[in-house]
Design a binder for this molecule. Structure first.
Ligand code: DQA
Length: 156
């Protein structure tokens, strides 16, 4: 089973961005922690980060057929990335939206997510642990849906 782990703009600079908002772990540190966790859960992560919405859309289109679910931190595209939103909706895969910071406790413009309506759920404000919670939950949700619909077991 493959899960897409996608990070949007500026998240490549984690570690150098304001640590009081985003924590001090770098993206490679978070990714390697998650890869280890994924292995324990018997799944594989396909990781991608880009600062460009089109590149994120291309990655989602190219990988959606091999994937069983998506974990995405869309960065600032959260708030206005409609092409990204459409590409996620088109996958029909379960999507978990993750934010390191609590977007509801910040500026007004961050309180609206155009991704949330096409996501299965959202985790906001738990730092890097939010990604771990997303992975745990997504694997459980995918396993549950395969139990209900055995045809899905062959996907990925
Ligand atoms: C973020 C929140 C966004 O508003 C912001 O643009 C980011 C990071 C988060 O992880 O808290 O780049 O998605």
């Amino acid at each position: 089973m493959k899960i897409l782990l996608i990070n949007g703009p500026n998240l490549n600079l984690l570690g150098a961005r304001d640590a009081s908002v985003y924590g001090s772990k770098t993206l490679p540190e978070i990714e390697s922690l998650l890869s280890k966790k994924a292995k324990e859960l018997g799944t594989e992560l396909v990781k991608f980060q880009s600062n460009h919405e089109g590149a994120l859309v291309d990655f989602i289109q190219e990988n959606r057929r091999q994937a069983s679910g998506v974990i995405i931190n869309p960065g600032a595209f959260t708030h206005y990335g409609l092409a990204l939103r459409d590409s996620l909706a088109d996958t029909t895969l379960p999507v978990i939206e993750v934010h390191l910071s609590n977007i509801y406790a910040r500026e007004e413009f961050r309180r609206r997510s155009v991704i949330a309506p096409v996501a299965r759920g959202q985790i906001s404000g738990l730092g890097w642990r939010g990604y771990v919670a997303a992975l745990d939950t997504l694997v459980a949700l995918i396993a549950e849906s395969a139990d209900v619909n055995p045809a899905k077991k062959t996907a990925g």
